[in-house]
Write a protein that binds this ligand. Structure first.
Ligand SMILES: [Zn+2]
Ligand SMILES: [Zn+2]
Ligand SMILES: [Zn+2]
Length: 343
């Protein structure tokens, strides 16, 4: 994620801001520009970093989901690219679920911005009704919700937005890390498996070599995992114990880590903690690009962990990346590199 500033006064801003606290300008996020732009009153004209309020306004989910993304004005309020991908959400009267919905949309905007920055295809249901990407963000208050992916639809149990619930699950499942953004990055991995890997014979074959059989009996794998846990020595070959469950979970876990690393490195570069060459927009190309990413990432992750410990907090990145995991991740990098349009 980049470093944002107010185009009018230069004040530092966060990705989530919709108002400059220094000069009071109304702000909106432009995905195309990957920047926060000032939404100026009609008489001020358009300058770099400034858009006309007659042409642009904030997403219709501004209040419901605290969405600060820009949309073009029109006769009816529109949803931004990110919010429009949500197919199902709690209804407007569900006071319990709406704060969790807002938290989920906030995490999802970070996901969508990163996919856009990496130039990964974001194909919605309007373009591909059977298999396009969509999100069902559902409250599990009345019925069971299974977080997961199927045929392009990512389902999230909004209870994951509740800190107590999520932390309890994290401890119960012995996970070092559990966040909404992490869930989205994992599920989008499943989506890209079926969109990018399974249609390609070459990728499918390499997948089998690295991860195993994507079509192995899932229920049997699930039962085995919850009965026996991860096999001893799993951390030599997998990024997490959950990844040991099934080849497709290994892929999704590794994919999520690839996104964690790319985004965190990007942010670090924006703030001068890593060389500018690490930034997403200057796409690190080819398989040697992956070596660069890892060379930059390992000392950065170590340093950030030590910074967190200095504040008495848990490690920021509580994982190790053995060579076998790096080989799997290199394959993900190769796919991202090969399928995305070059500049
Ligand atoms: Zn300002
Ligand atoms: Zn929106
Ligand atoms: Zn999964």
């Amino acid at each position: 994620m980049r470093d944002f500033s107010c185009p009018k006064c230069g004040q530092r801003l966060a990705f989530e801001n919709s108002l400059c606290l220094n000069c009071g300008s109304a702000l909106g996020f432009s995905l195309k520009d990957m920047a926060l732009l000032v939404i100026a009153p009609a008489d001020q004209g358009e300058h770099p970093g400034v858009v006309d309020s007659r042409r642009y306004r904030l997403c219709a989910n501004l209040h419901l989901a605290e969405c600060n993304w820009l949309v073009e004005t029109g006769p009816v309020p529109k949803l931004c690219i990110s919010c429009a991908l949500t197919r199902t959400r709690p209804n407007d009267n569900d006071a319990m679920a709406l704060p969790a919905f807002a938290a989920a949309e906030k995490a999802k905007r970070r996901l969508i911005a990163q996919l856009y920055e990496l130039k990964l295809p974001i194909i919605g249901r309007d373009e591909d009704p059977a298999y396009g990407l969509a999100f069902d963000l559902l409250s599990s208050a009345d019925h069971k919700v299974f977080t997961g992916h199927q045929n392009g639809v990512i389902t999230l149990d909004l209870a994951e937005g509740d800190d107590v619930h999520r932390t309890r699950l994290r401890i119960e499942m012995d996970e070092p890390y559990r966040t909404l953004l992490g869930h989205f990055r994992h599920e989008i991995g499943h989506y890209y498996f079926y969109r990018l890997v399974s249609p390609s014979q070459e990728y499918s074959q390499r997948f089998r070599e690295l991860f195993g059989d994507p079509d192995a009996d899932y229920q049997a794998a699930l039962d085995r995992h919850y009965e026996h846990g991860a096999p001893p020595g799993w951390d030599d070959r997998y990024v997490s114990s959950y990844a040991t469950m099934h080849a497709s979970e290994d892929w999704a876990e590794t994919f999520a880590h690839y996104l964690h690393i790319r985004d965190t490195l990007d942010t670090a570069a924006a703030f001068g903690f890593a060389p500018a060459g690490a930034m997403c927009e200057r796409t690190v190309l080819g398989s040697s690009g992956f070596d660069t990413i890892i060379e930059l990432w390992l000392p950065l992750a170590w340093g950030l962990n030590m910074v967190n410990r200095s504040m008495g907090r848990d490690d920021l990145y509580p994982f190790v990346l053995p060579p076998a995991v790096l080989e799997k991740m290199r394959f993900i990098h190769t796919i991202v590199d090969e399928i995305t349009p070059q500049k």
